[in-house]
Each structure stands twice: as structure tokens, then as C-alpha cells.
Design a protein around this ligand. Structure first.
Ligand SMILES: Cc1cc2nc3c(=O)[nH]c(=O)nc-3n(C[C@H](O)[C@H](O)[C@H](O)COP(=O)(O)OP(=O)(O)OC[C@H]3O[C@@H](n4cnc5c(N)ncnc54)[C@H](O)[C@@H]3O)c2cc1C
Length: 661
């Protein structure tokens, strides 16, 4: 399944040595791309024997939703001739004095500057039995490949660890028809990102997929003699199984740094420019430790790669730490977490507010009026804004909390429109790409999710943000005019002028003397004609109302497109307007008649505005008035609908008053 390639021999050592990157994981590859963009010659030495791949996408590989070719990282050749990648080259020694590294086959690779992007490996706990056949980890393409092979014979799988990786591994094996149990020793799933209530919601979602979840449960040992037969729990229960997947966290690959006497803690210690204790050696990604913090996410690693590349090029930029944020689909459920929520739960002065309904659970943490963290399970349309607010330390006002408790939203719905999101809001967590960067790419001509992804990297890692990205591109693209927009615009313009006429010019006076040949006499002095015009007007008004309901009645789909019916509605409304003039001459009378006339004119007037906003929708949206999600016609259409409802009652009362009594 995985393509391995023979390792080529290293280039001859020259004085013009390249920047060497150790590690072809996502962050190493990003560092190489950025260094190449700054004009450096770069050599990437990657221990894994196949082309660099997107580790985040190992999950779809395991579940069978993607093939290996589909999870590859962008080809480094696209970064230019200056980058050379050597696969299957494990660095075993760094000679800092001579400024070269040595790979397992003894080859020597000189460097001017070294970038360590050695990442992490799966952390395996010390319980007995972890070395038995049938025990797996889930970190590399090789692990995923082994698990896929195992899934054909596995029947009962136990996943140790209820974090993101454990759940994704469980999903992958369940999709392959294995019976799966997840064991988590803490009280909830994803303990670092969620609280108990959110963890319980997630557990319910997962149980719906027929995956058993055991929280508050610790493993004592993995049992079996020459293969796994079960798991012994610390409460003395035993779970029979033939396969165990250990997903209990990661450990940074720091052995090489330790052997080279670089400063290390849990990771390779770096300063704000990502420099290690040797100024010629940088470290980025999961292997490094910055201000005592390590990040198990790819987004901060990308930011570090950017900073290191700039620093190596002599430009100064600091990495000032990242607020941990994840917005993921975990086994089909939206999971959102930003900030150190595990600590926030117990920190003094931090108040939390919860909103929940059948669909989801949301919790925010506020410290001295500022949003400092949030978590949720289920859809949360404002999660990008919330993340931005946490990262910017934005002030939260009492009415925002009031709204949050009422409907789970901190801002009005208008603000979660992609067009309204601030430039600083992070759109893609995996790559750290902001809305502003996406807008920049769009302004430069990128008009599709793929094109924006190619320029910025957004949406190319886990893919969770791609729908939002598509919405943003859709909203930013020059909107297409709707069918029949010209007649809609023209007829609505006429209707608007007709509705304005009585306000500007007043009414049409009655003829002062009886002139049998006069149209005005015929229309307004002849009772029979007045009756006719009244009933025609009534019929037209009802017809326009029924057609206006066209969108609500699916069966009318068979009678032609909605665009045609919309035009018919406007035409009939306009004829009804003419009928109104013929019946009243804009003389509205008193009491009931006045109400009826005013209501009719208001309905036509607002309808005309709705028609103008509909026909000119593309021009308005191009001028950022409204958006695809909130079209500018929405409000006038609703006012038009509201205005029309009293009409039938008033007309009926008018008919009864005028003709019956
Ligand atoms: C299944 C899975 C799902 C994930 N999902 C997400 C997610 O949704 N969102 C998210 O943000 N993060 C996710 N992560 C975490 C993310 O993959 C890591 O944060 C990211 O891969 C770190 O990148 P890196 O380049 O620093 O390290 P790594 O990806 O670990 O790459 C390091 C590379 O260096 C190589 N190497 C190590 N030592 C040497 C040496 N001596 N010589 C040469 N090469 C060496 C390794 O073989 C490896 O190829 C997920 C991880 C996994 C496994």
C-alpha cells in the first residue's frame, strides 16, 4: 500500500552547504517551503521511506475514506529547484563543531543552518503486555497500514486512550466492522479539550456508532501469552479482545538533540526565534518546547516554521506562543475547544457560562470581562469568532452573556456571516490561516477552495474549515444576477413610482360636471363600473397573494420555474395597482376605506422595494450590502408579506360595507 523508494546518495560536501531540515513531517516540509521561498538551498532528510504525507489525514486512510496518494503533502518540487528531499534518511548524529549531520548509512550532510523538525512518536505506557503481537500504535502511515491489514482478521478491538487519536482510531476500526471499546482513565473523553458535560455528549454520539466507551477506567495490563487475548482493568474486570491500539499521547523525538548536548526539557528548548541553545540549530513543530509549552497540533508548528524561516533569512519575527485551538469533526461530531480549558475550569476569577439544547453544548470562560476559553460539542456557527475573541483577548459585555445564555450566540447572527468576520479571525486552525489571508488570496484572483488552499494552505489539512471557506469564496465572488432580473427591476421600478404618486401628486379629482364621454365619469360615477373594478381588483389581489405563496407549495414546482412565477406575481401586482387607480383614483376616503387604501399602497410600495432589491441583488451584494446568506431582499420581502395580511380582511369588510349593506 505504501510506496517506498530507494534512498539516493547524498550530494558531495561543498562549502556552499544548504540549510538542512531533519524530518519530512508537515512542519518540516512547511519550513523547507518557506526557506526556499526566502531563496535558500534546502535539503530535507526524512526518516520515513515514502513521500511526505499529511499525518492529520491518517484517520481517513485508516477508515478507508482516503488512499495514500490522496494524503500526500504538496510536492516539495513545487517549492522550486532549491529544495531536495531525501526519503529513508534517518539522521543519527549531529556534529555541531563540523556543522554536518550523519545519517544511518554513514553519509555526511554539511549544513549552514540546521532545522530540527523531528516531531513526536507514540508514547507507550509501561504496563505489562504492550509488546505482545496484536498491540499497535497510531502515529505513522506504517501504523495505519498495519492497522488496515489487521482489521481483516480483528474481531474485538480495545483502544486505550479517549483523546482525539483514540477516538479516530476507534472510528476507523469500527468502519471496518470490528467491535470496538474505548477506555479512558479520566472522567471524560478528550479530557484536555472538553469538560465532563461535553465529554458525555461526545460519548453519546460515539455510542450511537456502536462503539463502547468506558471512562474512569484504568488499564492494569494487556494479557496474553504469544498474542493479545484481553485487557485487565484496575477494577479487576477483564475485557476479551484480539487487538489493542495504544493512543495514550505522544513523546517528542529529542534523543538526537540530547546526544548533541542541546538544551532539552520535555522537548528541544527554543527561544522566540525558534533557535535552540546552538544559534545555528533551530527546532520547530512537535519536537520543540517554547516557554515550557509544547503543542500537539499542527497549526502552531506551521507558525513556528514561518518564524524560523524568517529568522534564518535575517528577518526578525517572534513566536509569541499560540492559544491551543481545535475545531474538529470527531467521529462525525463537531468538537470545538480553544484555550487551556482544563486549567480554566479550576482557575480562580474565571466564570463560565453554559448554553445547551438537543443539538449541542457550548461553554465559555470569562476572566475579568475577557473571553479566555471556550468549548463545545455540536454545531457552533460563531466558533471562528469565539476563537478570534479568545486569541485577541476581546472584552465581553453583559448583554453578550445575556444573548449567549438565551441562544448560545455571543454576537448577533449578522456577525457570523463569513463576509462580516474580521480579518484577524482564524479560518483554518490547522494552518493558522486567517480570514484576512484568505481575502488577500481572493483579491489576488484565487476563486475556488482549491486555489485559495494552494496559495495559503487553508483547508488542506483536516478539511473541517472547507465549507466555511467555500462560503467565504462564494460571498466574495462577484454575485451572479438572477434569471429575469431586468424585467423584475423594470416592473418594480414602475410599481415604486405608482406607489409614490399619491404622496407626491395627491389624488385624481372627480370630474366636477357630468360628462358622459369622460373616462373619469365612467370609472368613478357609474356604480356598475365601480362594482366591476372592485371585484377585478379583489381577484387580482388574491391572485398575486396565491402566486406569492408559490415558494411554499412544492406541488407548484411542476408548473414552471420560480423565477417565471415571481415575474408573474409582479405583473399581476402591477395590474392590481392599475386596478386600484381605476377604482379609487387615489381618493382614499375615510375610516375603513382609508385603512384599506393605505394598506394597499403600502403593500405595493414595499413589494416594489422588495422587487428592486431582488432584481438588483447582485449589484447590492457586490457593494457589500447583504450577502449570499442574508440577501438584501430578505427584509423588504418579509415586510411585504406582513403588510399584505390585513388586506383580505379589509377588502371583505369594504365589500360588505359598500355593496351588501
Ligand atoms: C491520526 C492523527 C490525527 C491528527 N489530527 C490532527 C488534527 O486534526 N489537527 C491537528 O492540528 N493535529 C492533528 N494531529 C497532530 C499532527 O499530526 C502533528 O501535530 C503534526 O504531524 C506535527 O508535525 P511535525 O512535522 O512537527 O512532526 P511529525 O509529523 O511527527 O513529523 C516528524 C518527522 O520527522 C521524522 N524524523 C524523526 N526523527 C528523525 C531523524 N532522526 N531523522 C530524520 N527524520 C526524522 C519522523 O519520521 C517524521 O516523519 C494528528 C496526528 C495524528 C497521528
Amino acid at each position: 500500500m505504501l510506496n517506498t523508494r530507494p534512498a539516493p546518495s547524498p550530494p558531495p560536501a561543498t562549502h556552499d552547504a544548504p540549510v538542512v531540515v531533519i524530518g519530512g513531517g508537515p512542519v518540516g516540509v512547511r519550513a523547507a517551503q518557506r526557506l526556499a521561498a526566502q531563496g535558500h538551498r534546502v535539503t530535507v532528510l526524512s526518516a520515513e521511506p515514502y513521500e511526505p504525507y499529511n499525518r492529520v489525514r491518517l484517520t481517513p486512510l485508516l477508515s478507508g475514506e482516503a488512499q495514500f496518494g490522496e494524503i500526500a503533502l504538496p510536492d516539495l518540487k513545487e517549492a522550486g529547484d532549491g529544495v531536495t528531499l531525501y526519503e529513508g534518511q534517518r539522521v543519527v548524529k549531529i556534529d555541531r563543531a563540523e556543522r554536518h549531520v550523519i545519517t544511518a548509512d554513514g553519509a555526511v550532510w554539511p549544513y549552514t543552518t540546521l532545522v530540527m523538525a523531528t516531531g513526536s512518536r507514540a508514547a507507550v505506557p509501561g504496563n505489562p503486555g504492550t509488546d505482545l503481537p496484536g498491540v499497535y500504535t497510531f502515529r505513522t502511515a506504517e501504523d495505519a497500514s498495519a492497522l488496515v491489514a489487521r482489521s481483516f482478521s480483528a474481531r474485538r478491538v480495545v483502544v486505550i486512550g479517549g483523546g482525539l487519536l483514540g477516538l479516530e482510531a476507534a472510528k476507523g476500526m469500527r468502519r471496518r466492522q470490528c467491535s470496538v471499546t474505548v477506555i479512558e482513565h479520566e472522567s471524560r473523553l478528550m479530557p484536555r479539550q472538553l469538560d465532563d458535560a461535553a465529554g458525555a455528549r461526545l460519548a453519546d454520539n460515539i455510542r450511537e456508532l456502536d462503539v463502547e466507551v468506558l471512562t474512569d477506567t484504568a488499564v492494569k495490563q494487556i494479557s496474553g501469552i504469544d498474542r493479545v487475548t484481553g485487557i485487565e482493568l484496575s477494577d479487576k474486570r477483564t475485557l476479551a479482545c484480539d487487538t489493542v491500539i495504544i493512543c495514550t499521547g505522544v513523546r517528542a523525538n529529542i534523543d538526537l538533540a540530547r546526544d548533541s548536548r542541546l538544551s532539552i526539557g520535555r522537548g528541544i528548548v527554543v527561544n522566540d526565534q525558534m533557535q535552540t541553545s546552538d544559534p545555528a540549530i533551530y527546532a520547530v513543530g512537535e519536537c520543540c518546547e517554547h516557554k515550557g509549552r509544547m503543542y500537539g497540533l499542527v497549526g502552531p508548528g506551521y507558525a513556528q516554521a514561518e518564524v524560523a524561516a524568517l529568522s534564518i533569512s535575517g528577518q526578525h519575527q517572534d513566536f509569541d506562543g499560540s492559544v491551543p485551538a481545535s475545531k474538529l469533526k470527531v467521529i462525525g461530531a463537531d468538537v470545538f475547544s480553544v484555550g487551556e480549558v482544563e486549567q480554566l475550569e479550576v482557575r480562580a476569577n474565571v466564570r463560565s457560562h453554559v448554553w445547551q439544547d438537543d443539538q449541542g453544548y457550548r461553554r465559555i470562560f470569562v476572566e475579568r470581562g475577557k473571553l479566555v476559553g471556550a468549548l463545545g460539542v455540536g454545531p457552533w456557527p460563531q466558533s471562528s469568532l469565539v476563537q478570534d475573541a479568545v486569541q485577541q483577548g476581546l472584552q465581553i459585555y453583559p448583554w453578550m452573556l445575556f444573548r449567549f445564555r438565551a441562544n448560545g450566540l455571543l454576537w448577533s447572527e449578522r456577525d457570523d456571516d463569513p463576509t462580516a468576520m474580521p480579518d484577524s479571525a482564524t479560518l483554518c486552525n490547522c494552518t493558522g490561516v486567517s480570514c484576512g489571508q484568505v481575502r488577500g488570496a481572493m483579491a489576488g484572483g484565487a476563486a475556488s477552495v482549491e486555489a485559495v488552499g494552494l496559495q495559503t494552505g487553508a483547508g488542506t489539512v483536516c478539511g473541517t474549515c472547507r465549507p466555511l471557506l467555500a462560503e467565504m469564496i462564494d460571498a466574495g465572488a462577484k454575485p451572479e444576477p438572477m434569471p429575469l432580473w431586468k424585467p423584475v427591476l423594470a416592473l418594480s421600478g414602475v410599481a415604486a413610482l405608482a406607489a409614490l404618486y399619491p404622496l407626491v401628486a395627491g389624488n385624481v379629482p372627480l370630474p366636477s360636471s357630468f360628462d358622459a364621454d369622460s373616462l373619469r365619469t365612467w370609472l368613478w360615477r357609474d356604480n356598475i363600473v365601480k362594482q366591476y373594478s372592485c371585484f377585478v381588483l379583489l381577484g387580482l389581489t388574491l391572485a398575486a397573494m396565491v402566486i406569492g405563496l408559490r415558494k411554499r407549495f412544492r406541488f407548484m414546482d411542476r408548473l414552471g420555474s420560480f423565477d417565471g412565477w415571481r415575474l408573474a406575481h409582479i405583473v399581476i401586482g402591477l395590474i392590481a395597482g392599475a386596478g386600484f387607480v381605476a377604482h379609487t383614483g387615489f381618493r382614499l376616503g375615510d375610516n375603513l376605506n382609508l385603512w384599506l387604501g393605505a394598506s394597499f399602497i403600502a403593500t405595493v410600495g414595499v413589494g416594489a422595494i422588495a422587487g428592486l432589491a431582488t432584481g438588483g441583488d447582485h449589484e447590492l451584494r457586490a457593494r457589500r450590502i447583504g450577502s449570499a446568506r442574508k440577501p438584501p431582499r430578505k427584509l423588504p420581502i418579509w415586510v411585504h408579506i406582513l403588510a399584505v395580511w390585513p388586506l383580505p380582511v379589509l377588502i371583505l369588510a369594504h365589500v360588505l360595507a359598500s355593496y351588501a349593506f
